[in-house]
Design a protein around this ligand. Structure first.
Ligand code: PHE
Length: 394
């Protein structure tokens, strides 16, 4: 325990050292105080009128000081007195609050701790008190708000776009509610053309008063953003377009009326079918592994000519045939082709003279890719929002 040293030297440095020592002793002793008895002892040691430390300091420091040091010593003694009193007041409050809390816990009633002292307003302590009275243990670990996970479809979309960004493509988007013009007409689907039937379009109701091309629908593919991109930008263009699309399809394990595509479009002078093949071959290898092979089969889309359906060799059986590839050794993934000159006619004014530019386009299903990559056997799982499914991607 601390006892007040006699000062033999009255320099500011010597005074400060003595004060620092006393402060350390004060806070150490205050930290050990508990209960009424400890509080009383603390009071007597530091504030006792006859022999308390403050009284001793007054005698041994202030009164003993030579006249020229009195001011310096007096200032320090005053500060110490305030500090000791505040410390005692704080300890008193703590002891009372602890007793109050214990009493609330035991009897449901508190002992009043109201006094006129400032420290009673110690809000944190009071809140803790109330919580303890309600049976809340504030020392228990808190409830964590779990972090969300990137949805497998979004993750796959980002991955696909990343492959094309690395080849210099930029990313564009377009509206999900689209006009007949962008979804069909400018993509070379003439009105009444049977190719429209393949798209299972969901139309918005109440559009009859509008001219056909302005009628709104839920886009059935991301291809309308090809036109929108060419309206926005003169050639050359290299864009990928991720997005959500809708088709009037009955839901089952492999169909959903809402799903996702990533569209691609490259237009420049001298773009050929070899560029298309090389680009997609690279993309398939980047997405599914360098050993996959790609296969192009003739197909038809009104907005590409020639058109192709692209498949890659089954990543599960290496092409031998298994359940996933329905014994064919191939997994079909996307449609593509060289941009039809009739499509360029719709944006000719913006620099797309079909005699001068050429290009290719492709569109691939994202949900299929996500299912293959993550071994998901039911497309519905992607859209049911079941946390037990989604948290596996965290
Ligand atoms: N839009 C076509 C579809 O949804 C895919 C496609 C895109 C085909 C671009 C060719 C070029 O089936």
């Amino acid at each position: 325990m601390y006892s007040v040293p006699k000062l033999s030297e009255w320099s500011a440095a010597a005074l400060d050292a003595a004060v620092a020592e006393l402060r350390t002793a004060l806070s150490a002793e205050a930290g050990r105080v508990s209960g009424d008895k400890g509080l009383r002892e603390f009071h007597d040691r530091w504030l006792g009128r006859r022999n308390g430390i403050l009284t001793q300091i007054n005698e041994e420091w202030l009164k003993a000081a030579p006249a020229e040091a009195k001011r310096e010593v007096g200032q320090r003694v005053n500060e110490l007195r305030t500090l000791v009193r505040e410390t005692y007041a704080r300890k008193t409050a703590e002891v009372e609050l602890t007793q109050d809390a214990d009493s609330i816990l035991k009897t449901g009633k508190g002992t009043s701790v109201e006094t006129d002292q400032q420290w009673v307003a110690d809000l944190a302590k009071r809140q803790e008190l109330v919580l303890r009275a309600q049976g809340v243990d504030v020392s228990l670990p808190g409830i964590r708000r779990p972090l969300g996970a990137e949805h497998p479809v979004i993750r796959t979309m980002n991955e696909i776009c990343g492959v094309f960004r690395a080849m210099g493509y930029s990313v564009a988007e377009g509206p999900e509610i689209e006009s007949d013009y962008y979804n069909f007409e400018a993509l070379n689907f003439p009105p009444e053309h049977p190719a429209r039937d393949t798209q299972d379009t969901i139309f918005l109701a109440g559009q009859e008063a509008k001219p056909a091309r302005e009628r709104l629908l839920l886009r059935t593919h991301t291809s309308p953003v090809q036109i929108r991109s060419m309206e926005r930008q003169k050639p050359p263009v290299r864009v990928v377009i991720p997005g959500k699309i809708h088709r009037h399809d009955a839901p089952d394990a492999s169909h959903s009326p809402m799903f996702h595509q990533v569209e691609g479009l490259a237009v420049d002078t001298n773009i050929t079918f070899s560029d298309l093949k090389g680009t997609l071959d690279h993309a398939m290898k980047a997405l599914f592994g360098s050993s996959v092979k790609t296969r192009f089969q003739p197909s038809f889309f009104p907005f590409t000519e020639p058109s192709a359906e692209v498949a890659f060799s089954c990543i599960f059986c290496g092409g031998k045939g298994c359940r996933t590839c329905k014994q064919s050794g191939w997994i079909e993934l996307l449609g593509c082709g060289m941009v039809d000159p009739n499509v360029f006619e719709f944006v000719r004014e913006n620099g797309y003279d079909p005699a001068k530019v050429s290009g290719f386009a492709f569109g691939m299903g994202v949900d299929r890719v996500a299912m293959l990559k993550y071994g998901i056997d039911d497309i519905q799982l992607l859209f049911q929002g079941d946390v037990r499914f989604l948290e596996q991607f965290g």
